[in-house]
Design a protein around this ligand. Structure first.
Ligand code: MLT
Length: 264
């Protein structure tokens, strides 16, 4: 089913009576990055995904986004679809949204899956990288930014090993709206650090990171896993920063086992 909730495009698969998983995509992609996981899980779970505002098919508005607004959007989807206690699964920027949502209202969620993300806010260097990216989009456009950024998200062998998927992702990125992409960069640049609240996370948490993730490397995610009591950590082989796309079999297997152990 497809919905429009406050301008956000929402996509669901599976039976609403089953346990719910909400998938939140990374920057600057869209809901389709979770297709492999949803195809695998839809028989047994109610799978919900959406396009973050400014990206994919969701509304763009004026690009004045914050991480807080991204979290309000998530809560508005949960309210709109009457979803209670879902498992929240976010990759990278989707992980920032998930961590902040759990920091604010942990009791609304039953579990957490964090892929290739971090709890720390941007440091000074990170802020400069975002500023340069905004400048590049202003001067050269989204296509030029995509050509620079997308290769950094993948294991260096993935473009050749999975060329069809890689080209599709590159196309999706190039066709994103420049206002939406810049708005997401500003929201990430200004987000708060959720590290101090990791110790308060009590819900079962699965943490996955691509072995060759250079944007959110394994050592950062190991440190995060150490701070979350009920967490299970795994490294995804043959993957960079986009582990659910680069090694879907491995990631699906880990997610399925985590769900069966904790929620069935
Ligand atoms: C993402 O995959 O969402 C981005 O790499 C996040 C970021 O740039 O911090």
């Amino acid at each position: 089913m497809e919905y429009n909730i406050n301008g956000l495009r929402v996509f669901t698969k599976g039976n609403k009576n089953n346990n719910t998983i909400i998938f939140v995509h990374g920057f600057p992609y869209d809901h389709t990055m979770w297709n492999n996981q949803i195809e695998e899980l839809k028989e047994n779970y109610y799978c919900v995904t959406y396009d973050i505002r400014g990206l994919g098919e969701s509304y763009i508005g004026d690009g004045q986004y914050t991480m807080e607004a991204f979290v309000w959007d998530l809560f508005s989807i949960m309210d709109g679809l009457h979803i209670e206690n879902p498992v929240l699964c976010g990759l990278s920027m989707g992980g920032y949204i998930s961590l902040r949502a759990v920091e604010k209202e942990q009791n609304r969620f039953s579990g957490l899956i964090l892929c290739d993300t971090r709890s720390e806010a941007d440091n000074n260097e990170g802020k400069l990288v975002r500023s340069n990216a905004i400048d590049k989009i202003n001067v050269e456009g989204v296509e030029a930014f995509a050509n620079d950024f997308v290769p950094k998200c993948f294991h260096n062998k993935t473009p050749e090993r999975m060329s069809e998927m890689y080209e599709k992702i590159l196309e999706i990125t190039k066709s994103q709206n420049s206002i939406g992409v810049k708005g997401s960069l500003i929201a990430m640049l200004s987000r708060r650090d959720t590290t101090p609240s990791l110790k308060n996370i009590k819900i079962p948490t699965l943490i996955l990171v691509g072995k060759k993730d250079t944007l959110t490397p394994p050592k950062i995610m190991i440190a995060m896993a150490d701070k979350i009591k009920k967490s299970k950590f795994d490294i995804v082989p043959k993957a960079g920063h986009m582990s659910p796309l680069e090694n879907p079999e491995f990631v699906n297997n880990k997610i399925r086992r985590f769900l069966e152990k904790n929620f069935d």
